[in-house]
Ligand binder design. Structure first.
Ligand code: ZN
Length: 276
């Protein structure tokens, strides 16, 4: 089965905060390993997002571009945009400089204490609409115990989607544990999608197999509610989740093969690679 992974992290920086997840999953967490794993699992394309580094900031976007350039057109960059005017300006400048190469933006709701309809992002959303670039939003549980759940709750995206029907929005991690809220968002808004990345972190726990079954049941219910999987996108969140865990979850979905194909690659191509 062909796959596109819409949510991958890597920095190769020593103070990368995801190193702990990588160790837990027995991963080396570097570009070579990632590209090998992608090939082994038939993942043809991936979107690379900045991981957090110590101190709470994301790894620089320039680093993400550099790693993508070393990947032989396997990985493409998503620029992480922090909520400051100069950061918004710089990320748009970078997207212009690498036009066609940069495939979207990412906003870290819950790690930054800001709601997505804050005016600081207005120019970014204008730009993203004009360039047909999606904006990804971290939602749901935060990897640190100090994250702000009020800000990472997916329902805050309803206001943005109401105001901006042309903006392509990708809700990361299906808003977990607020999966039913995200079901309504993707059903209600034609341009709102959700990725299933990083849902099965921490394999090997006492209830991990039961949890994976329960998630597969919930996601299948979402797909019945939305009458199909047109808005659901595969992602791993490497190194937070392994391909074996992510693909195992996909296999458990009780849906038609055509919907599996949409989740595996078709929806990601439509959202991130509309020109191809
Ligand atoms: Zn992630």
């Amino acid at each position: 089965m062909k796959l596109v992974d819409a949510h991958v992290h890597c920095s190769e920086l020593p103070d990368d905060e995801l190193i702990n997840y990588a160790r837990f999953n027995g991963l080396e967490y570097n570009l070579t390993e990632l590209l090998n794993l992608m090939e082994e699992n038939d993942v043809e394309l991936g979107l690379l997002l900045s991981p957090p580094i110590r101190g709470g900031t994301p790894a620089p976007n320039s680093r993400i571009i550099k790693l993508c350039q070393k990947s032989n057109d396997t990985l493409f960059p998503i620029l992480t945009v922090e909520p400051y005017e100069d950061e918004v300006f710089l990320s748009m400048r970078m997207a212009k400089e690498y036009k066609g190469y940069v495939k979207g933006f990412k906003i870290r709701l819950g790690y930054v204490e800001i709601f997505p309809d804050n005016a600081v992002y207005d120019s970014l959303y204008d730009f993203a609409e004009a360039e047909n670039l999606p904006v990804m939003f971290h939602t749901g549980d935060t990897a640190t115990s100090t994250g702000s759940l009020k800000h990472s709750h997916p329902l805050t995206l309803d206001a943005v989607a109401n105001l901006r029907p042309e903006l392509k929005i990708v809700i990361c991690h299906f808003g977990n544990p607020w999966i039913t809220d995200v079901a309504e968002l993707i059903y209600k808004h034609p341009n709102v999608y959700a990725d299933i990345s990083g849902l099965v972190a921490g394999e090997g726990g006492r209830y991990s197999e039961k949890y994976s079954d329960s998630l597969a049941g919930k996601l299948s219910d979402v797909i019945y509610f939305a009458d199909g999987a047109d808005k659901v996108i595969f992602g791993s969140d490497y190194p937070v989740e392994t391909y074996s865990a992510g693909l195992n979850l996909m296999r458990k979905l009780k849906i038609d093969p055509e919907d599996v194909e949409k989740i595996s690659w078709k929806n990601a191509m439509k959202v991130f690679f509309p020109e191809s």
